[in-house]
Each structure stands twice: as C-alpha cells, then as structure tokens.
Design a binder for this molecule. Sequence first.
Ligand code: KG4
Ligand code: ZN
Length: 337
Amino acid sequence: MGVTILAIESSCDDTSAAVVKDGYVLANLIAGQDVHMSFGGVVPELASRAHQANIVPVTDLVIKKAGISVSEISAVAFTRGPGLLGSLLVGTSFAKGFALARNIPLIDVNHLHAHVLSHFILEQGKESRIPGFPFLCLLVSGGHTRIIILKNHLEMEVAGNTIDDAAGEAFDKCGKLMGFAYPAGPAIDRLAATGNRHTFRFARPNVKGLDFSFSGLKTSFLYFLRDKLAGDPDFIEKNKPDLCASIQHTIISILVSKLIKASSLTGIKEVGIAGGVSANSGLRRELVLEGKKRGWNFFIPPLEYTTDNAAMIGITGYYKYLRKEFSGQDVAPLARL
Ligand code: KG4
Ligand code: ZN
C-alpha cells in the first residue's frame, strides 16, 4: 500500500501542505501572505492569524489535488521549528489534531533539515538526480545561512553559520533601503539582470573559517546610500539596476567563496544549495560555473522547492517514517532548534 505522508509547513509566512507517497510528491500547495508586504518584513501576529485562516482550506485542497482519500494517509509530518513561535503553533496544533483524529503517527521535522532534503524529493514523470552522501549543502534563506554536511538522510552536521544576519535578510534589508517591498530578494534578482555588477563596490567581511557575516554589508550600504542621496536625491532611482547588480554580486561572492572553501576543506564534491536565496539566478549561474571548474556533482532544487514548502517536510517525514522516528502528542514547537 506504500507510505503516504501528509505534510504541514507553517514556520514563517507561508502556509503549505503537501502529500508525499513513497518519496514522490503527489501535490504541494502554498498559500502566501501578502499582508506583510507594506511592513518591510513579516509581522508575527499577522502571520499566525493568516495561518489559522489558511491551514484547513490548504490541507483540504492538497488532499483532493493528490487524488487520495484521508484513510490512505499513513502519518502527519509538521515543522517543529525553527521559526516564529505563533506560526509554528498553528501547524503543530493542526498536525496533532489530525493525527489524533485519524489515530496515525505524528512526525516532527526540523525546517533546516527539510530544506536540505528538498534535493531528495521525487516527482512522477520526471527524471531525478539525487545527491550521494556525504552531501555538502549551502542553506541560504531569510532566516538562515549555514553550510551543512548531510551524512545520511537523517544525520547532519553544521560546518558553518552566520554570526549575525542571514543572506536573505541582507537582500531584504538592502532592498528595503532602496524602497522595495518585502521580500526584496526576487525583485533585486530581476533588476540585477539589467545592471552592471562592477559599478559599485562594497566591503566584504573577513570572517574566520566557514562562518558568515552580513550585518556590516547592510550598514555600509546604508551609509553609502545616505552619502550619495545627500548629493543627489534621485540617486537610487537613477542607479537602481546597477545598485541591485552590485549588492547582489557582493552577497553572492561571500556565499560562493565559503562554499568553495568548505568543499576543499572537507573534500566533498557532492555539493548543493537550498533555501529561498537558492532561487537567485546569479547565485545559481555562478555556482554552476564553479562546480564545473572543480568537478562537483552540483545540485540546485527546482524553484518551487527553494522557498518554504511542505513537500520538503513530507520527504523528511517519509525518511523519518521509515526509521519509525515518531513524536508524541506532547511535542511542542521550538522557535530555535
Ligand atoms: O526559505 P525561505 O522561503 O524562508 C525562510 O526560511 O527564510 O526564504 C525567504 C528568503 C527571503 O529573504 C527572500 O528575499 C529570499 O529568500 N529570496 C531571494 C530570491 N527569492 C527568494 N533572494 C534572492 N534572490 C531571489 N531570487
Ligand atoms: Zn525556510
């Protein structure tokens, strides 16, 4: 009969549900939240209210879209953390209620682990390339910037981490300074394609080992804009594509140089990227080139599995199901893991 996982993701501002059967995603739906756009960032209280409104219809629809009946569901997997506590609570409570009502196992999933396992999602009718182990993965999102070594499906080690802001935050905060709505990453990516990345130069931080730092870049961008605007109030409008291309190039260079360092220090050539920022076209292009030069077997997740989605929770839940790693009804969400 196979293993069918219903997966729920509600760690930040997207309510997502998916059905994953034997490692194949049958359906994956994401309800975004436009309510945060004008605030320049996610407002936690608004996020949890929107999750409450969305979670039942999204789950109902994904089960219909997957073409399964509720009785076929073997277990419910949900994001336990890290994330916004109020948002996590909605998904956790819903998953608990569903598992209890159906008398099926409950599986808690670490959101970061799931981003890395997005490379293992299978899709019917599509040929899948799957990384071998150990797998070196740069996880770059709005909340995290880490270099992770996945030893097998369920064991991972963090080799590098940001000491302050995440790369996605750098995109979003610099974007906000230029007047973009939240999240600014995709808009910067689009505009950067028409700009010159060498027009403006920004200092790169000098951080030890495989760790990252992005808060200095944001501050130097702020001072740079303040000085330029003092001389010309239209500076940003006149230079937007070049500003986007230059700031994106700086962020990408920091990420790429650390991933290259991680691969040469560990000798691992199964390399990939995951998380929202891995949707960035410049980062993808740069790493494909570097990967070819260095003989990497390089992996980029399909665009729909880069930002937060429940399919990645479902695939992680599937591997945990195979090892019978279930959680009890007393499991609580964790903002930090
Ligand atoms: O993984 P994700 O959906 O949520 C977190 O777990 O944080 O990542 C969201 C982040 C945001 O900071 C957004 O600006 C960034 O991913 N992002 C991008 C692009 N698409 C999304 N950053 C740069 N270029 C993109 N194309
Ligand atoms: Zn995420």
